[in-house]
Design a protein. Structure first.
Length: 368
């Protein structure tokens, strides 16, 4: 009898210990946003997504659209977007280009006016692109001979501090962010859906331009860029202004679950950056039976898609870097929604020109 009691006691102890271990494992999974594989339940990321669907903001593309302001027209015909309010800083050059103006014809409809492609793409003529760049720098600075430094962008967090000689290099340096305090130099970031971010230090007269696609954003290029400004030039967040330029908006930027997982691995607020967007295709809405498939439930293309708000993601990084909400502006405009105004890699299915966000310091305003 005493032996049976001892065996029973040991079994109870082992069961309690096992239950405690399982509880600890479940807690670790909970912290990571996952669950163990349980009978009758989906495990891992799939289960988490299903459980969190109710938390995601839902809507149709029109609910999330942000229209761009009317562009400014330069005397040479180039149409570009200045940052509202930044004109009060006479030492500061800045601007976001559109596709309007210029001499390129490879991406426009037959008979349409020539366009302002600013990227050395395989379809366009290099000499025409160089002329377009001169037109754009003239629109922003008043001088077509203003030195312009760009990068060979690789969707990285590599930051470059250019020197005047970089404007004359035959092969641009690799990277996705530029920072300088050198006057007379215009630094530029090319985009065709990704988010361009410009930052200016009003006290130390340091400027920066960042190229933030989803990969650069998830790796914190803007947050790291502001940190580099502080390290190299002594910039203080309270002295910085930032402008987030046109890019693909939350209304159009459908992504896969792997993108959500990447953001959740880096940001505690990641789920606030994603929304469920329902298609407004009138044919699909009127004739849903035409789009039925033999795929298993949950694997069909019908239903909502997961959309990422890259503008908000980069605004949150600027806030994390110490900037105040009032010092950050979003210019607006979705490159995919407004193909008449912007180049869009997604809207054009990969065959698109490039726009450019630029910033610089006037030579006459060099800090003494």
């Amino acid at each position: 009898m005493q032996m049976r009691n001892s065996v029973s006691h040991n079994a109870d102890s082992e069961a309690k210990e096992q239950a405690g271990n399982i509880h600890r494992v479940d807690e670790l999974f909970r912290i990571a946003g996952l669950v163990r594989s349980l009978h009758g339940k989906a495990a891992g990321v799939t289960h988490r997504l299903r459980q969190e669907r109710k938390r995601l903001e839902r809507g149709e593309p029109e609910d999330f659209q942000q229209t761009a302001p009317a562009p400014q027209i330069a005397t040479n015909g180039v149409r570009w977007l200045p940052v509202p309010g930044w004109e009060r800083f006479p030492w500061l050059w800045h601007g976001f280009s559109t596709r309007l103006g210029g001499e390129s014809t490879v991406y426009c409809l037959e008979g349409a006016p020539a366009e302002l492609n600013l990227g050395f793409t395989s379809e366009d003529n290099r000499e025409i692109v160089l002329r377009n760049r001169r037109l754009y720098t003239e629109a922003v600075t008043g001088d077509p001979d203003t030195r312009l430094v760009c990068l060979r962008q690789i969707h990285s967090t590599l930051l470059v501090i250019p020197l005047s000689g970089d404007a004359l290099r035959a092969e641009p340096r690799k990277g996705d962010g530029l920072i300088t305090n050198e006057a007379g130099l215009l630094i530029g970031i090319q985009t065709a859906d990704c988010i361009p971010v410009l930052v200016a230090d009003l006290k130390r007269r340091v400027v920066a331009a960042f190229h933030a696609g989803w990969r650069g954003t998830v790796e914190r290029i803007v947050e790291k860029g502001v940190g580099r400004m502080r390290l190299e030039f002594g910039s203080r967040p309270e002295d910085l202004l930032a402008a987030i330029g046109p890019g693909i908006g939350r209304c159009c930027y459908a992504v896969g679950e792997e993108v959500l997982s990447s953001f959740e691995s880096q940001f505690i607020y990641a789920r606030e950056l994603f929304s469920e967007v329902y298609s407004t295709d009138p044919v699909r809405t009127k004739y849903p039976m035409l789009f039925l498939t033999q795929r298993a439930p949950g694997h069909s293309e019908m239903g909502p898609s997961l959309h990422l708000d890259l503008v908000e993601a980069n605004r949150r990084q600027l806030l994390a870097a110490g900037l105040s909400p009032s010092s950050i502006q979003s210019i607006g405009g979705c490159t995919n929604c407004q193909p008449e105004l912007f180049f869009s890699h997604r809207a054009a299915q990969g065959r698109a020109g490039r726009m450019m966000a630029v910033i610089g310091i006037r030579p006459s305003a060099a800090k003494k």
